[in-house]
Design a protein around this ligand. Sequence first.
Ligand SMILES: [Zn+2]
Ligand SMILES: [Zn+2]
Length: 138
Amino acid sequence: MANISGRCLCGSVSYSGEGEPVFMGNCHCTDCRKSSASGHAALMAVPEAAINMAGPVSTYELTADSGATVTHNFCPKCGSQMFNTNSNIPGITVLVASTLDDPEIYKPAATVYASRALSWDQADPGAEKFDKMPPMGG
Ligand SMILES: [Zn+2]
Ligand SMILES: [Zn+2]
């Protein structure tokens, strides 16, 4: 079991817990690019029950290509993107790995939406590539 903790830029929002990530991957989709204000988002999915969230978050809902409702949760004060939830994968919290206290525990195994990677932010050659979303196992 890994200790998982993190916080936003200003410290108003934090999380901590213990558990095993169920998925770790970089997503290059347009939504992740915009929300992360970067070339891709580093996403670490963990069981919702493993993580305790603290501090107020603002939310933004959008409809993904899959038709799922994705809810972005971010710090209302400093704007750090903290975690997402997806209506197609209930019970899972998708942490934005950039907010981890120890970002090196994030080991991306997959590149999602590799087909949308920008010329200046190419897919990790060591990670398994998916043109779009990988099958989520149900
Ligand atoms: Zn903040
Ligand atoms: Zn994405």
